[in-house]
Design a protein around this ligand. Structure first.
Ligand code: COI
Length: 355
């Protein structure tokens, strides 16, 4: 398949305001789109101006949520146009999500090439301030204009780009997280291990409940007994217990986060012991009280490594350490972002430079 690149008129170009950025509000001038039709396969790959789609009100994804997304980032560089962080992992995971949702696979290599071309064309949009980056949102939707419950025979895959600042408006400071013991995010056998859009839609109610009580996000427990820790709204979770990093093992209902994987690799390389296992919420809360749980932090593309200062559970706040940012959390944040922003050697081969 050939990639067609549309020329933009000067009237298509927006004013770039990159000084003060919130998360996911502004979008660049261009986007990547390709289409799929059963019998024909993927076709019409193009980079066009950022524009609305015209879709039937009967579009499959609107009714039955046959849709998945990814999130990755491009970072500024001084000697090149940009750097992507482990993009091949996101495209591989997109195909895992696609498979679970009965959607045909994308050609990961081709899409990666198109993504690099898009980021190269839009590299002036990459903000250069502290903690800023260009957030990349590949999205995959079933677009059959038919409301019979079935796997679509037509699909749209697109990538949009958004210059972003920190995911949490308070920046790199400790979050307050509410442990959710009523609602569930995902059960084994469901779509919890994918980035199905519906996973996020189904999480909003609990998120609003948490926000009303003064918390930033929700910590999900297992759907069966509400006993074991799974993940937070937009991130995987880690605990520092007696100096060792502990994170819930991936067993079907937890998202296999790329930042989670990078954090584990980095931590082991720095000499920390890392354990992936079932983590009972009782162990965490007792550990916070006794001081054995020294730090808690989340990991995700959008939020990077995000310290957690308080876990709220059944009307009580459990304050982790002094409620601030712990030393291991800070160190891992600095080590990871140094690789992402090109201040440290890319010793794991994670970075793709875009010349
Ligand atoms: C990401 O970290 O990229 C995510 O996908 C979380 C998102 C819902 C903001």
């Amino acid at each position: 398949m050939e990639l067609h690149i549309e020329e933009l008129r000067s009237s298509d170009l927006k004013e770039k305001r990159l000084d003060k950025l919130s998360f996911g509000v502004d979008f660049t001038d261009r986007m990547f789109v390709m289409e799929y039709d059963k019998g024909k396969g993927w076709h019409s790959a193009r980079i066009t101006k950022f524009q609305n789609f015209s879709l039937s009100p009967a579009t499959m994804a609107f009714h039955y949520g046959q849709a998945a997304f990814e999130g990755l980032k491009a970072y500024p560089r001084t000697n090149a146009k940009a750097a992507l962080f482990r993009p091949e992992r996101n495209l591989r995971r997109m195909n895992v999500s696609a498979d679970r949702l009965c959607m045909p696979p994308i050609d990961e290599e081709f899409v990666l090439d198109c993504l690099k071309t898009l980021v190269r064309l839009e590299s002036d949009w990459i903000p250069r301030g502290e903690g800023q980056s260009l957030y990349i949102r590949p999205t995959y939707v079933g677009v059959d204009p038919m409301i019979k419950v079935h796997a679509s025979s037509k699909y749209l895959f697109f990538i949009i780009l958004s210059p972003v600042g920190a995911y949490f408006e308070r920046g790199f400071s400790a979050a307050r997280i509410l442990v959710e013991d009523e609602f569930s995010r995902a059960a084994k056998g469901g779509t919890g291990f994918t980035k199905a859009c519906g996973n996020y839609g189904a999480s909003l109610k609990a998120g609003e409940k948490a926000a009303k009580s003064g918390y930033d996000q929700v910590l999900w427990l297992d759907a069966c007994d509400h006993r074991y820790v799974e993940e937070v709204g937009s991130m995987n979770i880690f605990f520092v217990i007696d100096g060792k990093l502990v994170t819930p093992a991936l067993h079907g209902s937890i998202l296999p986060g790329i930042t989670r994987d990078s954090t584990i690799t980095l931590a082991r390389d720095l000499g920390y012991e890392v354990e992936e296992r079932m983590v009972p919420i009782d162990e965490v809360l007792e550990g916070i009280e006794s001081g054995r749980v020294q730090e808690v932090f989340g990991t995700g593309t959008a939020c990077v490594i995000s310290p957690v200062g308080v876990l709220g559970f059944k009307g009580r706040d459990y304050v982790v350490g002094d409620g601030g940012v712990g030393p291991i959390t800070r160190r891992l944040y600095e080590e990871l972002t140094s690789i992402q922003y090109g201040k440290a050697e890319d010793r794991f081969g994670w970075v793709h430079i875009i010349e």
